[in-house]
Design a protein around this ligand. Structure first.
Ligand code: AVJ
Ligand code: FE
Length: 370
């Protein structure tokens, strides 16, 4: 699968790095070292992890060389060192982590020159890994109330009309084709029969969500699943993450952000609707007769559990998807205001636990039609 030329890959590496550095540039060293939120890594850990991952896949796996800092491999391995303990470990701090990023990058560019890009897969993996961690870092900035954690400017398709799009029954080819880069969980492409359904033209807005709150959305038992209700009661959830007592801080016309799957599910029920399945979402996203609006503003929760497509093969990074398959995680589709352009695709699958609200997630409703 030919993916990209040498100069495109080196440009993309450069762009990803510029974005990473711009995110942390306004912050004093102490903010980078701190655990900002119990769910998130210190920002310095993300930086060191970006470098360690790059060195593993480019200089080591692709180039066949030794790791620059083999002594740091476990500390920056997401599975060896889970998020909850990352505050207590000797990750690189201060200038050291920036030096490590730069030294690894120099090795990667050397491998690109000498060994070449191969089919480009591993470079693409590394570029997108850095982009994904940029979004993770923005989640940390959001939770910490630091700059870079909230959308600014107008949302995409601002002022797009509300309403429903009716999609007739029929099969779709779901997933990424065999050409070009895609993550393992997007393949193989396979046919799915999708019954007729309706899907909202735009995601649920802050204004609608405020209305839901005022109308007893977090009090009316009948709208919540058993699990969702138990979660909401235990943590005393009464509005999306980041709202003040007066409601949303952002524009009321913007899609709501930072709601959990449990809240999304309850909201849908309050509207006599439901969440779309992944197949419905993917079909609608390529439905050109009546295009849906505001894709790419908020990750959109679906009703689907995260599972491998029929014939799934883990590749090349085994721990990327497979270990998360099962009935614990729900899939989100689309992308958010914080997602890099290169990552945006109608076949990309994101996932998280149903109670999580740090991601830039919102809701697009669906419903059955006769
Ligand atoms: C695809 C966003 C769920 O952040 O856990 C980053 C991406 N994997 N490093 C995550 C990822 C390894 C992943 N998500
Ligand atoms: Fe990672």
């Amino acid at each position: 699968m030919a993916i990209a030329a040498h100069h495109d890959l080196s440009d993309a590496l450069l762009t990803a790095r510029a974005r990473t550095l711009a995110l942390v540039a306004p912050l004093p060293e102490a903010e980078l070292e701190r655990v900002q939120h119990p769910l998130m890594s210190p920002l310095d850990w993300d930086l060191g992890h970006i470098a360690a991952y790059e060195d593993l896949w480019i200089a080591h796996r692709h180039g066949g060389g030794e790791l620059l800092r083999g002594d740091l491999a476990d500390l920056y391995d997401a599975f060896e060192t889970p998020r909850a303990v990352r505050g207590d470990i000797p990750f690189l701090r201060g200038q050291d982590v920036f030096d490590y990023l730069a030294a690894v990058r120099e090795r990667s560019l050397e491998v690109l020159d000498t060994t070449g890009p191969g089919d480009g897969t591993l470079f693409e993996l590394v570029i997108r890994h850095e982009a994904q961690h940029n979004e993770t870092m923005r989640q940390t900035l959001f939770l910490a109330g630091l700059p870079g954690g909230r959308p600014s400017g107008l949302p995409r398709d601002a002022g797009a009309p509300e309403g429903w799009i009716h999609v007739p029954a029929g099969p779709i080819a779901m997933g990424a084709t065999a050409r070009g880069f895609a993550f393992d969980n997007e393949r193989p492409r396979h046919q799915v029969d999708v019954p007729a359904y309706a899907i909202a033209r735009r995601p649920v807005t802050n204004a609608s969500w405020a209305h839901f709150c005022e109308g007893g959305g977090y009090v009316r038992r009948e709208w919540w699943s058993d699990e969702g209700w138990a979660w909401k009661e235990e943590y005393d959830i009464t509005h999306p993450e980041g709202w003040t007592v007066d409601g949303p801080r952002d524009d009321r016309d913007r899609p709501v952000l930072h709601v959990s799957w449990f809240e999304a599910d309850a909201f849908a029920r309050s509207q006599g609707a439901r969440l779309p399945t992944e197949a419905e979402w993917e079909k609608a996203s390529t439905w050109t007769q009546e295009p849906i609006s505001q894709i790419g503003e908020v990750w959109e929760w679906t009703s689907s559990h995260f599972a491998g497509y029929p014939g799934f093969v883990a590749h090349p990074y085994r721990e990327y998807s497979e270990v998360f398959f099962g009935d614990r995680h729900r899939v989100l589709r689309g992308s958010s205001w914080a997602t890099e352009e290169r990552m945006r695709s109608t076949t990309f699958r994101n996932w998280d636990l149903p109670q999580r609200r740090q991601i830039f997630a919102g809701v697009r409703l669906a419903k059955d039609v006769e």
